[in-house]
Ligand binder design. Structure first.
Ligand code: XIL
Length: 437
């Protein structure tokens, strides 16, 4: 008598995924529950968006969200009081729209890159509130429905002490400038996601990390319209505490808040790179892999953005006085680095896993086994039923318009078989049998 055992086939999905020829970050990210993967881009490095060069091609192939590295900051957007310069931001938004990419707006309120009329001006609480309200309202209204996420307030915390940074906003308006900024942004575009963004707030337990959490949690409790926080993630290779990062992302989830990775780069000391670049690029690739994994493992982390994408234009060498660099996922010549491949592989793995989970948890199919036949039953109409042997040869095929079908198995040789059921709703279900004589 034949004994038939049954299990879900992972194998088939691996085969299917290998057949996919197109390989890019956004291709797989789109299959991972619409994960947004993106980069900061800068018009300093090329004058015309969409000119088809390698810079633009790399963007279009790999990303589904963009952020302006400098062009949407206060000094760029409002160079004189009440006079706005939208030209570069408009180009970026149009470019993103043309290629189906979203845009993150960075940033509406920050202590840095401010115009001199603001830093040298004299303001009262109410006159500076009017300036900030007008700035936020004008910009968010202009890009309503086109910029999906805003870094409403950037870097509001001091590096130590858990207190708010003494920016012009905090000094002249007071601590409530943050609440106000979020409310004004929300009024201008109620559908936009609104974030508070900072650095050194990534790891659970640090003073600055706790200050950010407590502040944003309090905003949420007081019904201030905040979607979550941005972790900048300007990291150094081999120093990231992934356990604490995960713990921190999870505490925001418990509070109903999202966490996004907004400015990731992972720098390598130039001396290390020169001594053994293969080794350090491998460490960096592993860090990037674990970063994307941290996001994929947490449903409240739906956006993953690197600060630039090619080492050619990374801000890190300049920022670190050329002590470190090589922080991004493409090299100076736009060749994908090991870090790129590790993210790509992790996304590809996740996209397969997503499919398998759908199948494993699918409640719509029931199988009954007897010595001579397999009875397939569903609560929906079956469209097509096929059985393949391990060589991929079809051994049974039948169109069906019923919610059950009997597959005769008495003439089948001992071996592994894969059953493929297509339901009327288009859902494909795969199962693996082992038939033992
Ligand atoms: C940096 C840009 O990359 C540089 O080109 C610019 O000279 C200075 O600002 N945190 C932020 C970003 O929020 O806006 C900063 O971007 C990097 C640190």
């Amino acid at each position: 008598m034949k004994r038939i055992t049954f299990s879900v086939s992972l194998l088939l999905f691996v085969i299917i995924s290998n057949a996919q020829i197109q390989q890019s970050l956004s291709y797989y990210a789109n299959k991972c529950q619409s994960l947004k993967i993106g980069a900061a881009v800068g018009s300093n490095f090329y004058t015309v968006y969409d000119n088809g060069d390698v810079y633009n091609q790399t963007i279009q192939n790999n990303f589904n969200i963009l952020v302006a590295e400098n062009e949407m900051k206060f000094d760029a957007m409002e160079p004189q009081k009440g006079v706005f310069n939208f030209a570069k931001a408009d180009k970026l938004v149009a470019y993103a729209q043309k290629y189906g990419m979203q845009v993150r707006g960075h940033t509406l309120c920050w202590h840095s890159q401010l115009p001199s009329w603001l830093t040298n001006g004299t303001f009262t609480r109410s006159s500076l509130q009017a300036v900030l309200k007008n700035h936020i309202t004008t910009i968010v209204t202009r890009y309503k429905g086109k910029v999906q996420q805003w870094d409403v307030v950037n870097e509001p915390f001091n590096d130590s002490g858990g207190t708010l940074r003494a920016s012009i906003w905090q000094q002249v308006i007071g601590n409530d400038y943050i609440d106000s900024a979020f409310v004004w942004a929300h009024c201008a575009d109620p559908d936009a996601e609104l974030y508070l963004n900072d650095y050194s707030t990534e790891m659970y337990g640090g003073t600055k990390a706790n200050a950010m959490y407590n502040h944003v949690k309090s905003m949420k409790d007081r019904k201030i319209p905040v979607t979550g926080v941005g972790f900048q993630c300007h990291f150094t290779v081999n120093t990231i505490d992934f356990g604490k990062l995960d713990q921190n992302i999870k505490r925001y989830a418990s509070a109903g808040l999202d966490v996004i990775i907004t400015e990731l780069d992972i720098r390598i000391a130039v001396a290390d790179y020169n001594a053994d670049r293969t080794k350090w690029l491998a460490y960096q690739a592993e860090d990037y892999r674990r970063m994307i994994r941290s996001c994929l493992d947490n449903p409240n982390c739906k956006t993953f953005v690197t600060w630039g994408f090619t080492d050619k234009y990374s801000w890190i060498p300049n920022f670190t006085n050329n002590v470190s660099g090589y922080a991004l996922i493409f090299d100076n010549s736009y060749i994908p680095k090991p870090a790129y491949t590790s993210i790509l592989n992790e996304l590809a793995t996740e996209s397969v896993k997503t499919k398998v989970e759908t199948v494993v948890e699918n409640p719509e199919i029931k199988l009954e086994f007897s010595p001579n036949k397999v009875l397939v039953e569903t609560d929906r109409l079956i469209n097509q039923c096929q059985l393949f042997n391990v060589k991929g040869e079809k051994v049974f095929s039948s169109p069906v318009t019923n919610n059950f079908i009997e597959i005769p198995v008495n003439n089948l040789q001992r071996g592994i078989y894969i059953l493929n059921i297509r339901l009327e709703n288009g859902l494909m279900i795969f199962r693996k049998f082992i038939i033992n004589n």
